[in-house]
Design a protein around this ligand. Structure first.
Ligand code: NDP
Length: 342
């Protein structure tokens, strides 16, 4: 679409995800463009605006965000703030008539997530949570493979998301700003994948959290979490997430008649899909080649399409809310050391 017909976004919070992924991804979008910025760092915001051809008068501080109301070029906001701020900025954006694409995790509690859904419903604005993996072609291919029944029934899921996190202080180690540690930040990819791969909601879960003693970073939030989900069809998912180990973002599925391994399943790029199965009498292995695409651009374009055509996003607020509910159950299971029935 020509620039003037694209859905205009205000990007709120110019941190790593905004500067390194979201803003550059707009160059690969077909129906969206960045037209305004909201930031607490005026100098940085000015430079970023100049870099992306955003008008200087479309750069605002947090306190003045409501000025976006009078800017018709802005139809939606992309919230890239620390988790604990998502609720406030979603509510403020909806109140001034803007659609909201909010980073994951949606919030720091199910209560806040519910309030966000309600605020957008009341304002009749669309709310989407930025579950980028659900817009990434290889993850989509895996979902299609499961649904096709090609390898028989899905039986087990193994999902891992680990990365060695840096020294504190940073908002990710604050309960108030992050809502938890590895679980809401990166373990969420495992949880959400278990749900989109099965297309089901878990009925039982168990969990254990772990934090190294004496490590200041993990006084308020967990370093590691392992959890297990049982789905109505009998699928069992084992998930592991940690800030304390070298990065591994693998998704593995076992079916009755084969297995799928996806190294880098939750990475920004480099997804692969390896299928193992018996061909005749011989166990075989093949890699399926799937055309890579910028998942951030896919995600932003999807939301722009929803705004343009007035349709519900594929990953609406309710999708984020369900994960918040489940994460609270995971923490309960870990604290009580017993299974939670859902
Ligand atoms: P950063 O810490 O890099 O950036 C957050 C930005 O928010 C800051 O640069 C700042 O922008 C603004 N901010 C406002 N108030 C605060 C505050 N009190 N403390 C810290 N920052 C503040 O975080 P990320 O970009 O890594 O994460 C932002 C969001 O994006 C999170 O919800 C995170 O979970 C999500 N995320 C998603 C990823 C994905 O793959 N989808 C990957 C990484 C993060 P300014 O200077 O402009 O005011």
């Amino acid at each position: 679409l020509p620039p003037g017909e694209r859905v205009g976004f205000a990007v709120i919070g110019l941190g790593r995800i905004a500067l390194e992924e979201v803003l550059p991804a707009f160059a690969q979008c077909k129906t969206a463009r960045p037209v305004a910025l909201v930031s607490g760092s005026p100098e940085k915001a000015r430079l970023v605006a100049a870099q992306y051809g955003i008008r200087p008068e479309a750069v605002h501080g947090y306190a003045e965000m409501e000025r976006l109301r009078d800017d018709p070029a802005v139809q939606a906001v992309y919230i890239a703030l620390p988790n604990g701020m998502h609720r406030e900025y979603t509510e403020r954006a909806a109140a001034i008539g803007k659609h909201v694409l909010c980073e994951k995790p949606m919030a720091t509690s199910a209560e806040d997530a519910r309030a966000m859904v309600a605020a957008c419903a009341k304002a009749q604005r669309w709310l989407m949570i930025a579950y980028r993996s659900q817009y990434e072609p290889t993850n989509r291919a895996v979902i299609a493979l499961v649904r096709s029944g090609e390898l028989g029934k899905l039986r087990f899921i193994e999902a891992t998301n680990t990365q060695a996190n840096g020294p504190g202080p940073q908002w990710r180690y604050s309960r108030q700003l992050a809502g938890g540690g590895a679980l809401p930040d990166i373990g969420l990819y495992c949880l959400n994948a278990a749900r989109y791969v099965t297309g089901e909601e878990p009925v039982e879960l168990t969990a254990t959290t772990l934090s190294p003693e004496g490590d200041e970073r993990y006084r308020e939030v967990e370093e590691s979490v392992a959890f297990q989900l049982r789905f109505p069809s009998g699928v069992l998912a084992r998930c592991l997430s940690s800030y304390g180990a070298y990065q591994d973002r693998m998704l593995r599925l076992q079916f009755e008649r084969g297995a799928v391994t996806m190294p880098h399943a939750f990475d920004y790029q480099g997804q692969r899909l390896v299928v193992q199965r018996r061909v005749g009498d011989v166990p075989g292995e093949e890699e399926r080649i799937i055309r890579p695409r910028n998942q951030f651009a896919q995600e932003i374009d999807h939301f722009a399409g929803c705004v343009r055509e007035n349709r519900r996003p594929h990953t609406p607020g309710e999708e984020g809310l369900q994960d918040q509910v489940l994460m609270e159950a995971i923490y309960r299971a870990a604290a009580e050391q017993r299974p939670q029935h859902l």
